[in-house]
Write a protein that binds this ligand. Structure first.
Ligand code: ZN
Length: 82
C-alpha cells in the first residue's frame, strides 16, 4: 500500500517513489524547497566483527542550500529543520 508524503521522494536512481512500492523506503532523496534534491544521511561504520553497518539518520540534507529535513518515526510527513 502506498502512503502519500508531503514531499516528492526518489530512490537512489532518482526514480520517483510514486511508481514503486515501499521496497526502497526510506527514500534516498526528497525534494528540497529550493528545487534540488536533499540526500538521506546514512552513517557507515564497520562492526567489531567486520560486518558493514549502515545507520539511517532519517535526516535529509540539501547540498545546495543546506536545508535539512527529518522524518519522525512512523510518520510520512517531512519536517524542516532550521
Ligand atoms: Zn535546497
Amino acid at each position: 500500500m502506498f502512503r502519500n508524503t508531503n514531499r516528492r521522494c526518489y530512490n537512489g536512481y532518482h526514480v520517483p517513489l510514486e511508481t514503486m512500492r515501499y521496497a526502497s523506503w526510506p527514500p534516498t532523496y526528497v525534494e528540497c524547497d529550493c528545487g534540488n534534491l536533499a540526500k538521506h544521511i546514512v552513517h557507515y561504520r564497520r562492526l567489531p566483527c567486520g560486518t558493514p553497518h549502515f545507520a539511517q539518520t532519517w535526516i535529509w540534507e540539501c547540498p545546495i542550500c543546506g536545508q535539512k529535513y527529518r522524518l519522525p518515526k512512523g510518520s510520512f510527513e517531512f519536517e524542516s529543520i532550521k
